[in-house]
Design a protein around this ligand. Structure first.
Ligand code: DC
Length: 210
């Protein structure tokens, strides 16, 4: 059983994916971390972010078992990741690794931008989790403030919109819902309600497969 979850930055798909994986005892991969780990390795080695052959080489070395969310969540790593995520050969390398992960038993949850459209187009459950840019910026702002940090809402809002443009505007694997994806707009929905909706979709798919 493969559960594909896509959507823009800060829509709540990571939280939802982790909760689903825990509930069903499935393996979870946040595929954004694979792009982030590649970008971080380039930054750490002092290598350029605009050389596709070098970036592909790094992408092929990424260890999916060693992805550290805390380190990789840094803002500048996200920015660098979205630059190398436009490179077709980097995407090919990471998609190969993601597909191998997706086959793990008893099931997997992958979240990202192109899981339902490119990585696992045959996944029996596809969710497209979204929310308005204003709501996503507000949630990200609250998260930072609650963690004791300081942040400027307007800057975050601009950042969310810029990231959307880059993710939706690229030629290779742009962010968009798969035709057979279930759309979950969380703008006015709690994470709990989103989870309950997802759960009923997954339970229906599991009983079809049984
Ligand atoms: O979800 P995130 O912020 O960790 O993603 C980091 C970058 O990687 C983001 O700009 C989009 C890109 N990405 C992608 O192109 N395809 C994926 N499946 C996951 C992330």
């Amino acid at each position: 059983m493969i559960i594909a979850i896509d959507g823009p930055a800060a829509a709540g798909k990571g939280t939802l994916a982790r909760r689903i994986a825990e509930t069903y005892g499935f393996h979870h991969l946040d595929t954004g971390l694979t792009y982030r780990a590649t970008a971080k390795a380039l930054l750490d080695a002092g290598l350029p972010l605009d050389d596709e052959a070098i970036a592909e080489g790094m992408a092929r070395k990424v260890d999916l078992a060693g992805l550290d969310r805390t380190v990789l969540s840094r803002h500048e790593i996200g920015e660098a990741a979205s630059k190398i995520a436009v490179m077709p050969s980097v995407r090919r390398a990471l998609v190969e690794a993601q597909r191998r992960f997706a086959e793990k038993a008893p099931g997997t949850v992958l979240d990202g931008r192109d899981i339902g459209t490119v990585v696992c187009p045959g996944a029996p459950v596809k969710l497209y989790v979204t929310a308005s840019a204003a709501v996503r910026a507000k949630r990200r702002h609250e998260e930072i403030v609650e963690a004791g940090g300081s942040a400027n809402y307007d800057a975050i809002f601009e950042d969310v919109k810029r990231r959307d443009e880059r993710d939706m505007g690229r030629t290779d694997s742009p962010l968009k819902p798969a035709e057979d994806a279930y759309l979950l707009d969380t703008s006015e929905m709690s994470i709990e309600a989103a989870f309950q909706t997802a759960k009923s979709i997954i339970d229906a798919a599991l009983s079809r497969n049984a």
